[in-house]
Design a protein around this ligand. Structure first.
Ligand SMILES: Nc1ncnc2c1ncn2[C@@H]1O[C@H](COP(=O)(O)OP(=O)(O)OP(=O)(O)O)[C@@H](O)[C@H]1O
Length: 483
C-alpha cells in the first residue's frame, strides 16, 4: 500500500509531467536492430500541466510545444501525399501532423517500402498515420482489387478505421473500403474493395472460402499490434493471415503499448522494421488527470458509482468492468436510478453492438458501460471521464496487474490534446496493490478521492472538465464528423 500512497498527489497539487519523446530509428542493415533508439530526453515541466485548470489549451499551442506528442515542425503539404488525400485532410481540418505522423510517414512512404513498428501515446493520431500510407500506396484505377489489409482486434475498431479511411479518402475517386467483419461482406460478391479493414478471424474465413483475393495486397497494417500479436490472444490468427500474404508485403505495426516480449515477436513478424518507440514513463497522456477512490468494500462500489453520477453532469463517460455480468448489473441499477446508460460487451450480437456504439458516439447515450472489448482504439472525442470500476488484471488467475489495458482504457479520454479524468476504484489490498504497481510502472501521481466526500470529488472532476469546455474551438475528429 505504501507504494500507491507515495505516488498520491495532494488534491491541490498538479500531477507531475512525464517527459514525452518520439525517437525514430531506421536500421541500415538487414538484421533487425535492437531498439537502441531510446534517446534520453530532458526532463521538463510543461506549463500546460502546471496551470491545467486555468489555461485555455488550444491545439495550435500544443502543436508548437516541443514536449507534446502532437508537436511537429512540418505541414502535411511537405509530406508528399497525393493531392486528393491532402484535400481530405483539409476538409476535416487536420492542419498539422502530430509527432507520430510527421516522423513515421516519410519512413513508411519511402521506396522500396519498409516495415514499421510505431509506438505513440493514445489519441495522438496513429490511425491517420497508417491510413495516409495506405491511401498513398493504393492504385485507384483498380478499385475492386484488394491492395491494403488493415487488421484490428474488435469489430468496433475495424468499423471506426473504415470510417477514417473513407473520411480522409473522400476525394479519392473510386475508393472502395470494405469491412471484413461478421455479416458485412456479401457471400455472392466476396471482397470488392481496394482497402479492407477487418478482424483476423473473419479475414481468415473469407480467404479460406476464396472470397478475398489477397494476391495483390501491398500493405498489411496491424493496429493494436501488441494485443494482436500476443501469443495468448489473437497472435496465432495474425500469423496465419500473414503467412498467406505475398512475401513482399509492407507490414506496419501500431500501438500505444509494446511490452518487451511482444516487441521481440513483432520484430520477427515485421523484419527490418523502422521503429518509433517510447519509454514506460513517456506513455501517459498529460491531459488525463488520473484519480483513484478507495472504496470500503466491493459492494460499496455500486453505491458510490451511482451517487457519483447522481451528483455530476459530465459529457460522455465510459465505465470499464471486468465481466459482462457486472456490466449488466450496473446498467440495471443506474437505469433504475434514472440514468440513460448503455452496456456493450461480447454477449451482444454484432449489429446491436454497432447500434449501441453509434448511439454513444452521437451523444444520444452519455454513459457506456463496457468490458475490455472496447478498451483499445475507440475514439469518441467527447469522452471526458473514464471509470475503472475494476482494476484490469491479466495472466493465469488474473493475478497480475494489466498495465497495458489500464493505459488503453484511460486513453479513451484526453484525445489529441483534450483533457479528461480517469477514476480507478480499489476496494481491497489486492486491487490497491495492483493499482500501485501500475502507477509505479508509468510513474503516475494519482490523485486520491474521498468516498465519503463526493461533493469534493465532483469539484475536482469539474475543475478538469471545465477546462475541456474551454476547448470548444477544437476541430471535430475524423470519426466524429462521419458518425
Ligand atoms: N493531425 C491531426 N490534426 C487534428 N486532429 C487529428 C490529427 N490526427 C489525428 N487527429 C484526431 O485525433 C484523434 C485521435 O486519433 P487516433 O484515434 O488515431 O489516435 P490513436 O493514436 O490511434 O489512439 P489509440 O492509441 O487510442 O488507438 C482522432 O479524433 C483524430 O481524428
Amino acid at each position: 500500500m505504501a507504494d500507491l500512497a507515495s505516488r498520491i498527489t495532494k488534491p491541490d497539487e498538479a500531477p507531475a509531467a512525464a517527459p514525452e519523446a518520439a525517437p525514430v530509428s531506421a536500421p541500415a542493415s538487414e538484421e533487425p536492430k535492437a531498439p537502441e533508439n531510446e534517446t534520453s530526453i530532458e526532463e521538463s515541466q510543461s506549463n500546460l500541466v502546471k496551470n491545467e485548470y486555468e489555461v485555455e489549451i488550444k491545439l495550435s499551442d500544443l502543436q508548437n510545444d516541443t514536449e507534446s506528442p502532437l508537436y511537429s515542425v512540418s505541414s502535411f503539404d511537405e509530406l508528399g501525399l497525393p493531392e486528393a488525400v491532402n484535400r481530405g485532410l483539409l476538409a476535416i481540418n487536420f492542419k498539422k501532423p502530430s509527432k507520430v505522423q510527421e516522423k513515421c510517414l516519410p519512413l513508411m512512404l519511402s521506396d522500396p517500402p519498409r516495415n514499421m513498428i510505431a509506438q505513440s501515446q493514445s489519441g495522438t493520431g496513429k490511425t491517420a498515420a497508417f491510413v495516409l500510407t495506405v491511401l498513398s500506396r493504393i492504385d485507384l484505377s483498380k478499385p475492386h482489387q484488394p491492395q491494403a489489409l488493415l487488421l484490428a482486434p474488435s469489430r468496433e475498431l475495424a468499423r471506426q478505421i473504415q470510417t477514417v479511411v473513407q473520411t480522409i479518402g473522400q476525394f479519392c475517386e473510386n475508393l472502395i473500403v470494405e469491412a471484413a467483419i461478421p455479416g458485412a461482406i456479401s457471400r455472392e460478391t466476396g471482397v470488392r474493395g481496394s482497402v479492407v479493414v477487418g478482424t483476423p478471424g473473419t479475414v481468415m474465413d473469407l480467404v479460406k472460402r476464396r472470397q478475398f483475393d489477397i494476391s495483390q495486397l501491398k500493405v498489411l497494417v496491424i493496429d493494436e499490434a501488441d494485443n494482436m500479436l500476443d501469443q495468448q490472444g489473437l497472435g496465432d490468427q495474425c500469423v496465419r493471415v500473414k503467412n498467406m500474404l505475398p512475401k513482399t508485403i509492407q507490414i506496419l505495426l501500431f500501438s500505444a503499448t509494446f511490452p518487451d516480449k511482444v516487441l521481440r515477436f513483432a520484430e520477427r513478424f515485421a523484419p527490418n522494421a523502422n521503429q518509433m518507440k517510447l519509454k514506460h514513463k513517456e506513455l501517459t497522456v498529460k491531459g488525463i488527470s488520473q484519480m483513484f477512490m478507495d472504496c470500503p468494500t466491493e459492494k460499496d462500489k455500486y453505491d458510490i458509482l451511482c451517487k457519483l453520477y447522481g451528483l455530476m453532469t459530465i459529457g460522455s463517460s465510459v465505465i470499464f468492468v471486468r465481466t459482462r455480468e457486472t456490466a449488466n448489473e450496473i446498467q440495471k441499477r443506474m437505469e433504475a436510478d434514472g440514468h440513460k446508460v448503455s452496456a456493450l460487451h461480447g454477449a451482444y450480437e454484432g449489429q446491436s453492438r454497432d447500434v449501441l456504439l453509434d448511439e454513444f458516439r452521437s451523444g444520444r447515450s452519455k454513459v457506456l458501460i463496457t468490458t475490455n472489448v472496447l478498451a483499445r482504439g475507440i475514439d469518441v472525442s467527447s469522452v471526458s471521464m473514464v471509470i475503472n470500476y475494476d482494476i484490469p488484471m491479466k495472466g493465469p488467475g488474473e493475478r497480475e496487474p494489466d498495465a497495458e489495458t489500464y493505459l488503453h482504457r484511460i486513453g479513451r479520454t484526453g484525445r489529441f490534446g483534450r483533457v479528461g479524468v480517469s477514476i480507478s476504484f480499489v476496494h481491497d489490498r489486492r486491487s490497491f496493490e495492483a493499482l500501485s504497481q501500475i502507477a509505479q510502472f508509468y510513474g503516475i501521481d494519482l490523485i486520491q478521492l474521498n468516498p465519503n466526500d463526493l461533493d469534493d470529488t465532483e469539484r475536482k472532476v469539474q475543475e478538469v472538465i471545465k477546462s475541456s469546455r474551454a476547448q470548444a474551438e477544437y476541430v471535430p475528429s475524423a470519426t466524429d464528423s462521419a458518425a
